[in-house]
Write a protein that binds this ligand. Structure first.
Ligand code: AHM
Ligand code: MG
Length: 331
């Protein structure tokens, strides 16, 4: 049998690399791992239990909540509350952040999208949990909005859990990216993808093609060129799954702005920042078409941004086309 390294063992080993680590970050990562095992169990039996379908409410962005969105959100909040290692959380599903009064002096906040791609639940397509951990900015006491509105470069750790043909947890603490696959027979995440690096090959593009006519000319030119060059087109419609494929196979995932929605659809804090840190750590790039996602200023919790994320050569190319077409338009 191969030498198995579980997620908990790996986190503990990494903690020893930081001589002054107190174990709080490791504790948080383990708690997120635990919550995601429970979410994975629920997602896997979604077709059997009465937990698919809409919950009957809308989330903070006015989108219909699914029952599993609500379940995953509640589970993560209660696991993080129990952990005692974070002073507050912000979730894509809630209007504002939640203060954890039981551990109000803890030094971390956690931001997450509990179930990304949830409109895919009913048709059994991959979905995932995305998370980011930041050190609080405010002094001890109840956490403040400023603790959540930090730039992505301040992330101490980020990651996602993909509920796909197998369940995988992928995370970074700024020292490379590692992936773990859940072995359901022992209930443990085991290291399966150490030190993930984007492959050199970059011939896959991923975008919601139905919006092509509403994209700016630079993005249209880039897409036309992908087609002319025989690139493969892949679009799952769950960002977490599309970005996972991009990490492992290379290529580019885009959710550009459109004429109707100039900042696209995806959220800076819940989706774009955590996945951008992972992408950069794996050797790729992530921009909004002109600026690095991780350096964007966060002004509100549910802020949206356009995103171009993946192999550096492709992200640089689409950015250059966008710049050229803005010059032509005199912008
Ligand atoms: P969600 O967080 O409500 O699930 O929405 C985000 C999802 C992303 O996972 C995905 O990339 C995008 O929405 C797909 O949007 P579209 O249907 O417009 O292509
Ligand atoms: Mg989402």
């Amino acid at each position: 049998m191969k030498n198995l390294i579980t997620l908990d063992e790996f986190i503990l080993r990494r903690q020893k690399d930081f001589p002054f680590a107190t174990g709080e970050l490791s504790g948080l990562l383990r708690d997120i791992g635990l919550a995601s095992k429970i979410i994975s169990r629920e997602v896997n039996k979604a077709g059997l239990a009465d937990i698919t379908g809409v919950a009957g409410n809308e989330n903070a962005s006015g989108e219909e909540q699914q029952k599993l969105d609500v379940m995953a959100d509640n589970l993560l909040i209660s696991c993080l509350k129990n952990s005692g290692e974070c002073c507050g959380i912000a979730s894509e599903e809630n209007d504002t952040y939640v203060t954890i009064s039981e551990s109000k002096n803890a030094k971390y906040v956690v931001i997450f999208d509990p179930l990304d791609g949830s409109s895919n639940i009913d048709v059994n397509v991959s979905i995932g949990t995305i998370f980011a951990i930041y050190r609080r900015q405010s002094a001890a006491g109840e956490c403040q909005l400023e603790d959540f509105l930090q730039s992505g470069t301040n992330q101490v750790a980020s990651g996602y859990v993909l509920y796909g043909s197998s369940t995988m947890l992928v995370y970074t603490t700024g020292k490379g990216v590692n992936g773990f696959t859940l072995d359901p027979s022992i209930g443990e995440f085991c290291l399966s993808h150490p030190d993930i690096k984007l492959p050199e090959k970059a011939d896959i593009y991923s975008v919601n093609h139905s919006q092509y006519r509403d994209f700016e000319p630079g993005v249209q030119k880039f897409i036309d060129e992908c087609i002319d060059n025989g690139f493969k087109f892949r679009y799952i419609g769950s960002m977490v799954a599309d970005v996972h494929r991009t990490l492992l196979k290379g290529g580019i995932f885009m959710y550009p702005g459109t004429t109707k929605s100039t900042n696209g659809k995806l959220r800076l804090l819940y989706e774009c920042n955590p996945l951008s840190l992972l992408m950069e750590q794996a050797g790729g790039k992530s921009t909004n078409g002109s600026q690095r996602i991780l350096e964007l200023e966060a002004t509100e919790l549910h802020q949206r941004t356009a995103i171009f994320i993946g192999s550096s050569c492709l992200v640089e190319k689409v950015d250059a086309y966008i710049k050229d077409s803005s010059k032509v338009a005199g912008l």
